[in-house]
Design a binder for this molecule. Sequence first.
Ligand code: MG
Length: 231
Amino acid sequence: MKYKTLLFDVDDTLLDFQITEAKALNALFAEQGIDLTPEVKTSYKALNHHLWREFENGKMTREEVTGSRFGRLFQQFGQTVDSLEMEKRYRHYLNQGHDLIPGSRELLETLAPEADLYIVTNGVSQTQHQRLTDSGLLPYFKEVFVSEEVGAQKPMKEFFDYVFARIPEIEKSKTVIIGDSLTSDIKGGNSAGIDTVWFNKNQLPEISEIQPTYRIDSLNELLRVLEIEKD
Ligand SMILES: [Mg+2]
């Protein structure tokens, strides 16, 4: 294989965050007795996406994102809610979601004997650890790096410096990051000086400033990219 060290993103790369998020939002709104209309759902997704970009750019902390998102959402509809309490309940449901992206377990089973696998994820530590454990994916990884514990997040160089310092005998030329996000995974990998695989399963448009080394639209294709022989 071309690479010795594989860094995997979690959400929408190995675990289906879209499903997890939808289930958690449904459960939260049902519990609160609030109608989750398509309009509210669309507004939440747009707001949440925006807030996490602010986080990636270092303009907001993780706590500011998660602690304010429900308050901001309901503000848009002229209502006031206890943002922190809603976040707590939402997280309770989020922690339970661990739907696999099709083929992810089989992929890791094939790769684990061939290379050293690590998790690199932006997120809340307890949530990510619980979801990786419950999904059965955790044993395939040598170590899990969550931004909350690292103290920096993808795409920041500090995040990757921290990770590289903790991987024994890492060779950057034999290291690749695999993820679905151009702005965190691919941009981060590029500035850290490693190869990148953009998993673009929803055929999102390219961003010209952020160029991945490889593009795939299903996890199966990763084996070809990594030049592993399939039998
Ligand atoms: Mg992701």
